[in-house]
Design a protein around this ligand. Sequence first.
Ligand code: ADP
Ligand code: ZN
Length: 711
Amino acid sequence: MKDKNQKAETTYIKALLPLHMPGPLTYIWPYDKEPPKRGTRLLLPLKNRQIIGISWGIDDSPKEGIRYREVAKVLDETPLLTEKLTRFIAWASSYYFYPLGQAMGEALPSELISARAKGAKRIARAKAGPGRSRLELLAWEEARITRFTPEQDRAISVISKDISSRAFSPILLFGVTGSGKTAVYIEACKSALKEGRGCLVMVPEIAMTAQLASRFTKAFGENVAILHSGLTPAQRRDQWWRLRMGKCKVALGTRSAIFCPINDLGLIVVDEEHDPSYKQEERFRYNARDLAVMRAKMEGATVVLGSGTPSVASFFNAKSGRYRLLELTQRPSGAVLPAVEIVDRRGRKGKGPAANKKERDEPKWLSQELRNAVEETLSRGEQVLLFLNRRGLATYVFCPACGYVFKCDECDVILTWHRRNRAVFRKKVEEDSGRAGPGLLACHYCGKALPALPVCPKCKNPTVKTSGFGTEKVAEDLVQAFAGITVARMDRDTLTSRKKMEGVLRAFRSGRIDCLVGTQMVTKGHDFPNLTLVGVIWADMSLNVPEFNASERTFHILSQVAGRAGRAKKPGRVLIQTYMPSHYSIQKAATHDFEGFYLREVELREKLGYPPFSRLINLKFSGRKKSNVELAAEKTLKFLKGLSGSGSSFSILGPVPCPKGRIKSRYRYQLLLKGKLSQIRNLTAAVDKASQSLLPGGVRLEIDVDPINFM
Ligand code: ADP
Ligand code: ZN
């Protein structure tokens, strides 16, 4: 009798764990007080360890006959996640077909949640709430804005009105680089704060947060929280809690900031909204730009997507009236857009015996036009930026005797030769006794590396050859080709920390560096007053990939990099070297003609039925046994065909092997669904549900909703 009573009185609660499982688990609530609200962190026993989970409400129908375990500890007095935020994360989890507990785990910084015993122990000991860590902020000197342009005024007043209306309002702010968008963002934030509402400002990369952060800190002081992966764990935890406790109301951060807690969110800004870095390309494959629109909708907030070269998708939405379009057409600083010249590289034979001595000594990536422009720029005491979206010294290493090509033995990818920075690669190889050795042959996908340059493993020929070039080669060549030049490189190999990156940016800004060579990192957001020449070394690189959005990506990269030249009073000049001089991506970027590019691109997309005229979901299969991966993809195809009675409003493409057919020893296949979102979502949900029976052992299915990368 007594036993029965006790059973009736026991309270059970549900908790989400940051692990691959479909839903919450049930635990016994062992305390006398009320169980915690949804969104509170708990320390929970799991098998023989303890991990951190999120409370998910009361379980009023626990299953009979199961011996549930007890909650070990409650970590938060105030739930870490607000009710609104939990609902938003739940929406994202279901939209992207990613398990809710895991989505929670990825939405929160790893200093606040962990499925690992050690991490959980550390977190459980830490105090919940803001600590005392501080951020060091860079100060960029900047002229005060005395008067806004009429276009800025209008944008500010429209956005402010929308914020105070408390209704969902999506806006596309279309303005070339330097047109004063950032100034508009800052004013819009002020309006939101005046209404007592919070703001979230997102930028694509850390490289950009430093500069923007100093402008925002100048405007809002202690009211700004900064969130990106370059912070220390303690800093990141503190920034989160400061927002959660309402100690600051403006958050500035990269992609993952979309999940940060802000009370009464009134404004979300997505700067450079076209940037592919907003898409996370692993595990939880969300797009923070798209989520920003959804979060704003759920919060009754205004969302401002800003860009000088909007994404085709957002511009399409603006043209069709789903977003309001605001334009900034002038540059208030008076700077004119740089003159862009296309340098046709076709018909150049390279360094054959016929070439004269001068040509033979010239680096093969350097045209006469670019050489002259660099010389002229340097002689005026101005600076040069060279862009090439590929790292390394040589991008192709082969044996001239037997034709062997060096590839990663775990990935289907050719190896790149690097001279320095061995620390960034995964496998350390024996040091060559401190000499400046010839470096490493490294895999850019898994980081595995061999000492360079090795003997051919097939025919034992000791002198293998190299070909192709990356940023490392360009930087080395420059020092040879231009006497007395100071060169710095900015790519993932050199910028292993935020400090290093800021050091390079500061040195370039102050004029201690003549020429900066870099990958995509250099193209974003920086403002260098004395930079007047930008050279694009090989523009076609991003065009020659089998992806429906290759032209869009190329146009964006070229426009972005061109925008770096001549941002201040001095006029800028841009040289684009290409073998495809008449391609519209290159032509339209050269004439700063976004709308011209857009019209060509949507025409093609419509003809082929690609987004925005359809939606895509990519089903990606991978595993160590090729035959099993193939089988899984084929079975899924058959399953889908069996489901779809009226298959007119969608199509299935594939399955085909991915262009990178194997990565980290896993074979990869993909099957692309194209059509109406509701329909392809239903199909995907069915596959997801049946995945147990569709996937042979060892095969993994990853679902990529609204994919942009098909490699
Ligand atoms: P974007 O974000 O569109 O690239 P910014 O807001 O960074 O543009 O503005 C570019 C430059 O012009 C900055 O140096 C900024 O201080 C300046 N600027 C912006 N608005 C004005 C204005 N109304 N009057 C004078 N200078 C301005
Ligand atoms: Zn590899």
